[in-house]
Ligand binder design. Structure first.
Ligand SMILES: [Zn+2]
Length: 590
């Protein structure tokens, strides 16, 4: 009986969530036109490399049997799910009663066709004759994608970003690089090298600029490792790159239970869709453990047996995990080809990534990495991340265990940056950037989610300027772009700094704080401000109007070198919303 009640709740909550997302997904709006920068074009074509599983895959291209076998379209997913909805829900119901078999069977059935279409063989090659799409240089330009392909092949959720780039770079000079993301980055980077040659040949330019994200960032790093000295790239920006893999994948594929935080997951989804919905209540309502168990079962029972032949899945593992799991899952004879490439990727490229990127940098490539920190890894492991990728794995930084700091007596490593006068420690005391692959060219955005740059005005401007100009040489060169900054997405609510100091810093003389509203959808009521747990006397009825700012007085405690500031606020006229708290850290600067 109890289980039946639980099931009803699960079903109603899932339906409710589906409805909310289908109604609001279309409400996502572009970032405000007037805020978008444009620059003088330097004549370099831009190559855009998207994240994992972004590119469309086509089977038997040019033959009568031609068919698109991969390309995420939410509408198609719904079409596939709806006829099976009753079966899915009843199998979930049985799962709740302890019988997991019907759920596994159902999931296997729903995904069978999809999985078979993109299967890889034990030697790491494709079961079917598959190519990524758009493929040729002609097809891969934004002009062609828009005019001839009706937008098919546009990177997911990135139309606005491309439109902004197009204010500087003519659309026929913006290309989307698509590759068979199932393969190893060893193969993909060779493919990218060919593609860059074709773009240069077609446009007559001497160099290209590259913007990449996530798995595409790992691909770009691999390309720069092997081909970075060839002089064909001017600016490369790697946004949340999976350079050293991500523990998320091993967590999903490994034997231990996972513990996705649903409140955080829903927030992630809202940021991704640029909607300011407060769904914390929904996260609290959902039976967390149960849903985590469902996801884990689906992965282990249905996806794992296929995923182990994807070169890319192995590339997602860090070196230690790779070695351990390779010996469990891969056969030295049957899977020799997969092992050969994965070994090369890990022991040659990933193990020496810093060296490889610096070699490319010295050869003239301006390489810049955007990393994010301050969020726990999605699967619940105590790892500092952007929810999807370990902060350490994006850029080589040393990051503390999530929820802890590097320690009061921690000394900056200075293994790569040898300049002891540089402060490469985050205001949170959780990240040391002095040991990054590129300490002077890695930016860290606090509490920014994986690749969700577009709706964050700060990171968006930084990336565009790094990619399209040579204005910013490193993290010291422009006060507008310090090495450590806060995410400024509308859902983050408020931005805070001391009026007499730079971002993330304070002095003993600081006596006033600037609180800026990041949202223009709501006015905010500031309910309280605490510094190291002490409530500040800020007066009553403090309202920050939409996208406005106020200053409040504050008292700095003596003898501290780090402050924890907690701003508690509510959104005016928002019926569903409870108060929010944003917690921000500051470090002492004379
Ligand atoms: Zn330095």
């Amino acid at each position: 009986m109890k289980m039946k009640m639980k099931m009803k709740r699960v079903i109603s909550v899932i339906l409710c969530a589906v409805m909310i997302f289908s109604c609001t997904a279309s409400a996502a709006t572009a970032a405000k036109e007037e805020n978008l920068p444009s620059f003088e074009w330097d004549g370099h074509p831009v190559i855009f490399i998207q994240g994992y599983s972004g590119p469309i895959l086509i089977r038997d291209r040019g033959l009568e049997t031609e068919e698109q076998v991969w390309g995420i379209k939410p509408g198609d997913l719904f079409k596939k799910l709806i006829p099976n909805l009753y079966g899915i829900l009843s199998s979930i119901s049985k799962y709740a009663d302890g019988d997991t078999a019907p759920f596994v069977e159902q999931f296997r059935e729903v995904s069978a066709e999809l999985i078979d279409d993109i299967s890889m063989l034990p030697d790491g090659s494709s079961k079917y004759n598959i190519v990524s799409f758009p493929s040729t240089v002609e097809e891969a330009s934004i002009t062609y994608i828009k005019d001839e392909l009706n937008g098919d092949g546009m990177p997911f959720f990135q139309d606005d970003f491309i439109d902004t780039m197009a204010k500087t770079v003519p659309e026929e000079y913006i290309y989307v690089f698509n590759t068979d993301w199932r393969r190893s980055q060893i193969d993909n980077s060779a493919h990218l090298a060919e593609f860059i040659d074709s773009v240069l040949a077609k446009t007559g330019a001497d160099k290209v600029d590259i913007f990449s994200m996530s798995h595409g960032g790992q691909l770009t790093a691999t390309y720069l490792y092997y081909y970075g000295t060839e002089g064909k790239v001017d600016n490369a920006v790697l946004n949340s790159p999976a350079t050293g893999g991500t523990t998320l994948v091993t967590e999903l594929l490994g034997a231990d239970p996972i513990n996705f935080n649903l409140e955080e997951l829903l927030r992630f989804a809202c940021v991704m869709l640029n909607i300011e919905l407060d769904l914390r209540w929904l996260g609290r309502l959902l039976p967390q453990e149960f849903l985590n168990s469902l996801v884990k079962t689906a992965f282990n029972e249905v996806l794992l047996p296929h995923a182990i032949y994807f070169g890319s899945v192995w590339d997602f593992m860090d070196i230690e995990t790779y070695t351990a799991l390779r010996d469990v899952y891969l056969d030295p004879v049957e899977n020799a080809e997969i092992i050969e490439k994965a070994d090369k990727m890990h022991y040659e490229c990933m193990a020496n990534m810093g060296e490889g990127l610096r070699r490319a940098q010295q050869a003239g490539v301006s390489i810049n990495i955007i990393s994010n920190y301050g969020t726990q890894l999605g699967t619940g492991k105590k790892i500092d991340s952007d929810f999807i990728i370990n902060t350490t794995h994006t850029c080589g930084a040393n990051a503390s265990v999530y929820g802890e700091t590097l320690g009061k007596d921690y000394v900056q490593k200075n293994t790569v940056c040898k300049d002891a006068s540089h402060d490469h420690i985050a205001p949170t005391g959780t990240v040391d950037a002095s040991c990054c692959y590129l300490p002077e060219n890695t930016w860290f955005v606090y509490e920014q989610y994986h690749t969700q740059t577009w709706f964050d005005p700060y990171t968006r401007c930084l990336i565009l300027e790094l990619l399209l100009t040579d204005n910013i040489t490193d993290v010291h060169s422009d006060g507008r772009y310090p090495q450590f900054e806060l995410s400024q997405n509308p859902l983050d609510g408020v931005y805070v700094r001391f009026t007499d100091s730079k971002t993330g810093e304070y002095s003993q003389q600081s006596s006033e704080m600037l609180i800026k509203s990041l949202t223009d959808s709501y006015s905010l009521n500031i309910l309280s401000v605490k510094i190291n747990g002490v409530e500040q006397n800020i007066g009553e009825n403090l309202t920050v109007c939409r996208a406005g700012e106020i200053t409040v007085p504050c008292v700095i405690p003596e003898g501290t070198d780090r402050l924890k500031v907690e701003i508690r606020y509510e959104r005016k006229n928002d019926l569903l919303s409870d108060p929010f708290t944003r917690t921000i850290y500051f470090e002492y600067k004379d």
